[in-house]
Design a protein around this ligand. Structure first.
Ligand SMILES: NC(=O)c1ccc[n+]([C@@H]2O[C@H](COP(=O)([O-])OP(=O)(O)OC[C@H]3O[C@@H](n4cnc5c(N)ncnc54)[C@H](OP(=O)(O)O)[C@@H]3O)[C@@H](O)[C@H]2O)c1
Length: 340
């Protein structure tokens, strides 16, 4: 049995729960039975050390946590006391402090609980510490969903370990594509930003998607995966909010697209997020909608290009489920016993 705690029960947490119920056979193939022992949101949650059943889990995803008859004002410590094997954390943290996630990750890891998360800021602020602590405690830290969500680019970069990569460059924030396309098609930047926020495509704080913080956090995680010990605070971030509408429109007329480009220069150990002009027909220039792209340049002049979908919540949760399978697989490989 694998004992699971769900921390955060919003779009991603609920999607993950549905996948867990619907794809249970994938875990069964590894000889494991999942057992959700608790769910926590901001005002409390549910615990049941005999496992919350599949039907109850689906009911909770449909009706929400707060109307459940057994809802209580529990805290993280109540979940930890039930000794889960793994916690699936999906809470949006502050881009400035990484909280409450950093405190939650540190506590879980110190208690020997593995963590799977889609939240990027905590890792972007304290990657080295979290990786080292998880290694010291022998727990799994799964964060494949933090960058390009629906496309497991982190696994690709891990597969390039030992190779010499000169730089990586790409579009890691899909909202920036959406807003820039709206401006190319006639809206002003402020109209486009307002629309993206109203349609819930952009975060309410424009500094996150369009100011470049989201892409900077993702680029920082990729840099760390590639062996650069960096923090979100080291990134050279230039906002696209100050771009002139006419400049974007005029560039588009000339076959040039302005894109929010994230780069990691592995030789000079520099990370940046900046608006850049790129040819409309290039890989980065042709990315639209909910897609991201990453070009990985190797030292022999060859390139690996990956284009794939990012969110929404369902795609993110799918990748977190893949992390859960990897966690279960690694436990079996190491002969580590999951609680029965
Ligand atoms: N949505 C996507 O497409 C997507 C894609 C990639 C990555 N992500 C990342 O996934 C994370 C979750 O996103 P989401 O869309 O699921 O967010 P969401 O819908 O806003 O849900 C957040 C959940 O976290 C809970 N929460 C907040 N503070 C908490 C605390 N201190 N303790 C326990 N629970 C707390 C909230 O509780 P209440 O229910 O009480 O509000 C809610 O259940 C974010 O970091 C986001 O960046 C999301």
């Amino acid at each position: 049995m694998v004992k699971i705690a769900l921390i955060g029960f919003g779009n991603v947490g609920k999607s993950f729960t549905r996948i867990l119920v619907n794809r249970v056979t994938e875990l069964n193939k590894l000889g494991l039975e999942p057992c959700v022992i608790g769910i926590l949101a901001s005002r409390g949650g549910l615990i049941n050390d005999e496992c919350i059943g599949s039907r109850a889990l689906i009911d909770l995803t449909n009706k929400g946590l707060y109307s459940a008859p057994n809802f209580k004002t529990i805290e993280l410590r109540d979940l930890i006391n039930l000794k889960p094997d793994v916690a699936v954390v999906s809470i949006p943290p502050s881009y400035h402090t990484g909280e409450p996630n950093l405190t939650i990750y540190r506590l879980l890891i110190s208690e020997g609980i593995s963590v799977i998360t889609a939240d990027k800021t905590g890792l972007a602020l304290a990657y080295g510490e979290l990786i080292n602590e998880s290694r010291n405690k022998g727990v799994y830290l799964g964060f494949t969903a933090t960058v390009m969500a629906g496309t497991p680019v982190i696994q690709l970069l891990k597969g390039l370990r030992g190779r010499i990569v000169k730089n990586i460059e790409g579009v890691l924030n899909a909202t920036s594509n959406y807003v820039l396309t709206l401006v190319e098609n006639g809206l002003t930047m402020s109209e486009a930003v307002k629309r993206a926020i109203e349609e819930k495509i952009a975060e309410p704080d424009p500094a996150i998607d369009l100011g470049g913080l989201d892409a900077a956090a993702k680029a920082t995680i990729l840099a760390n995966v590639m062996g650069i010990n960096a923090s979100l605070r080291d990134v050279d971030v230039q906002s696209m909010l100050n771009l002139k509408d006419d400049y974007i429109k005029e560039s588009a007329r000339k076959g040039i697209r302005v894109k929010q480009v994230a780069s990691v220069d592995l030789t000079r150990r520099l990370i940046s997020v900046k608006p850049m002009e790129v040819p409309a027909g290039s890989v980065i220039g042709s990315i639209t909608g909910n897609y991201n792209a990453l070009i990985i340049r190797l030292n022999d002049g060859k390139e690996i290009t990956i284009i794939g979908p990012t969110g929404p919540a369902e795609a993110t949760a799918e990748v977190m489920f893949s992390d859960l399978l990897e966690y279960a697989d690694s436990c079996l490989t190491m002969g580590k016993r999951i609680k029965g």
